[in-house]
Design a protein around this ligand. Structure first.
Ligand SMILES: Nc1ncnc2c1ncn2[C@@H]1O[C@H](COP(=O)(O)OP(=O)(O)OP(=O)(O)O)[C@@H](O)[C@H]1O
Ligand SMILES: [Mg+2]
Length: 227
């Protein structure tokens, strides 16, 4: 399957923004694209300053309905395994896998994870297990500032311990101009993880053209091609 799984060091780091930017840039270059997110939670929360819910924003970039992007959606802002338990719903890993594979059968698939890499979708099936089963390479979205070195290296090293191919790290909400700490974090992660670290700057909102421009600056062709 041609595609990427976008994971992150934490919830709220920018996986949806990066995924939407990648889909917009790929679409603009004529790639047939599909998005998938195994589960969305937190739909009870107030919308975040003009940014729509994950499955809605991703679906906007691909022409998919939100429910097609995310087969499970939950109100409470908690881990999917708990949200499902509270809603007396069973997340079925086999269903998640079948839907993701169907979405990516004919198109380049961008899967957005949920929270960080080890977030449980069920008590026995994590986002990391999903990446392993789908055989998709990873990109890791991380913060540019204090605390990011260890979170990012832990994520990359764990992914590799499971045999996953980490193609890139994206430091999101990169400040322009960047300070000495952010620049140092970038080279430290590059050296420690042995992976290319790129950046994505602050956007003013979910404008499709701004997302496409941000995505065009990311090396998605080499990430997809493995080069
Ligand atoms: N590059 C950016 N420019 C401007 N705002 C951003 C950017 N990246 C993230 N944000 C802000 O941070 C919020 C969280 O980002 P995003 O939804 O992409 O995180 P996430 O990792 O997908 O979170 P979740 O774990 O909930 O899926 C966005 O709704 C937006 O308000
Ligand atoms: Mg998200």
């Amino acid at each position: 399957m041609r595609g990427l799984l976008v994971t992150g060091t934490d919830t709220g780091v920018g996986k949806t923004v990066v995924s939407a930017a990648l889909l917009a840039a790929m679409g603009a270059e004529g790639e047939g694209v599909a998005a998938f997110k195994p589960a969305v939670s937190g739909l009870d929360e107030e919308p975040d300053g003009g940014w729509p819910a994950d499955h809605e924003l991703l679906g906007r970039e691909t022409g998919q309905a939100p429910a097609e992007v995310a087969p499970y959606s939950f109100g409470p802002a908690v881990s999917p395994h708990l949200a499902a338990e509270l809603g007396r719903i069973r997340i079925e890993p086999e269903r998640v896998l079948a839907l993701a594979r169907a979405a990516g059968a004919q198109r380049t698939l961008v899967v957005e994870g949920v929270g960080g890499l080890l977030v449980p979708l069920t008590t026995t099936f994590s986002v990391c297990d999903l990446a392993v089963e789908l055989g998709l390479p990873l990109v890791v979205v991380a913060r540019p500032g204090l605390g990011t070195i260890s979170h990012t290296l832990l994520t990359v090293l764990h992914a590799r311990s499971r045999g996953l191919d980490v193609r890139g790290v994206i430091l999101n909400r990169w400040p322009e101009p960047a300070g000495a700490m952010e620049r140092s974090n970038r080279t430290t992660i590059e050296r420690g993880a042995g992976v290319e670290v790129t950046t994505l700057t602050e956007l003013h909102g979910p404008d499709p053209r701004a997302l496409a421009a941000a995505g065009a600056a990311l090396p998605w062709k080499s990430w997809l091609g493995g080069g």
